[in-house]
Write a protein that binds this ligand. Sequence first.
Ligand code: AMP
Length: 381
Amino acid sequence: MTKDNGQILPNSTIGVFGSGQLGRMFAIEARKMGYRVHTFSPASDTPTGQVADFELEAEYDNLRAVKDFARTVDVVTFEFENVPSETIETAAQFVEVFPRGEVLHTTQNRLREKTFLAKNNFPHTPFCHVKTLEDLHKSVEEIGFPCVLKTAGFGYDGKGQTKINSVADIEKAFANLKNQEAVLEAFVDFEKEVSVVCARDQKGNFAHYGVIENEHANHILDVSFAPAIISENVFREAVEIAREVAETFDYVGTLCVEFFLTKDEKLLINELAPRPHNSGHLTFDACATSQFEQQLRAVCGLSLGSTEFYKPCAMANLLGDLWETSEPNWAKALEFPNVKLHLYGKAEARCGRKMGHLTAMAETSEEAVEVVRKARSALAK
Ligand code: AMP
C-alpha cells in the first residue's frame, strides 16, 4: 500500500536481503507495525525467516530469483553488507532499495570504504592498498609496526585479519590472504572503541542515539553500553562526524559509524555499517524507537521516531561458546528483573557464533554493565 508521495504504509511488504539476527529484529518491528516481511538468502529456517511472512531460499547471484522476489515487495532493504551489489542493482530495477546500492558497494569493501573516508577528509586509520608481496613490504615500511593486514572484501569480526608485529610476520600474513586484495592498516593503540548509531530519512532529517561504548573480545563485540563514558567534546565530534558521513552518502536508513578513540582523544573511523548494528541492539529495549524501527521508518519514507533513552543500558553478546557444556541456564539470568533476553533462533551453537544477547537497564552505564555481566555469568550456573 503506497501513497502518492511514495510513503510505504502498514500492510505493505518489505523485502529483506539477508536472514540473520539483524533481519529478525527488523522483521519483529515491522510486523509489530502491521507490515509484511519477505526475506531472501541462501538458507532456510533462518533467524529472519522464522518471523517473516515469507522466506525465499536462493543464492544471491540467482538473478531470476532476485527479480521474482523484487516483484512481490514494495521496497527492499538489506541486513548484511556482503549481499553482492549486482543483486541489489537487479532488485532496484523493480523497486526502490534503501540504503542505496552505491552505499552498499562502497562499504562492503574495506579499500573502497577507506578511499571514501580519505577522499572526504573523514578521520581514519592510515592505510595502504596491498596486492602483491612487494606492495606489502613497501606498505609496512610506510606504516610501521605494529600493523594489521585485512582482506578488502568479506571481513567481519576480525575474520581475514592478521596482525604484523615484525618483518618475520610479513610473508605468513601475505600467504593468509590467499591472493585476495587487502589493506594494510596502522594498529591503533586506542583508549576505547565507540560507535554512533544513527538514521537519516528520505527528507534528510537525521537522528542519533548518542555515543555507545564497545568492548571487544577476540575481535568480536562483547559488551556495549550507552551512554559512553567520554567527554562532551568527543560526544559532539563523534555525532557530527556520523552526521556528515550520512549526509555525504545522502543516506537513507540506519547507519553505524565505528570509531577508535585514541589516548589523546582523537576519533578515527574504523568501519561503517550500512545497517542496524550489534552495538545498537540495546536501543531495542532502552529507547522510544529502536534502530530497527528507525530503519523501517526511513526505508518506508516515514518520519524518524524519538531516540530518547528510557535509562542507561548495557548489552552483552551470547556466543555459541556458552553452549559448550550444556544449554545455558536461562531461568537464572532472568532472575534479574531488569534483564531482557534475546535469542536468534539459530539451531547450531558454534564457538564465536552470535546466538543472542542480554540487555540490562540501570541508573548508570557502569551499573548496567555490571548487571548484564552478572546475568551472563549466571547462564553458566
Ligand atoms: P574490524 O572487523 O576491522 O572492525 O575489527 C574488529 C576489531 O579488531 C576492532 O573492533 C578492534 O577491536 C580490532 N582492530 C581492528 N583493526 C584494528 C586496528 N587497526 N588497530 C587496533 N585494533 C584493531
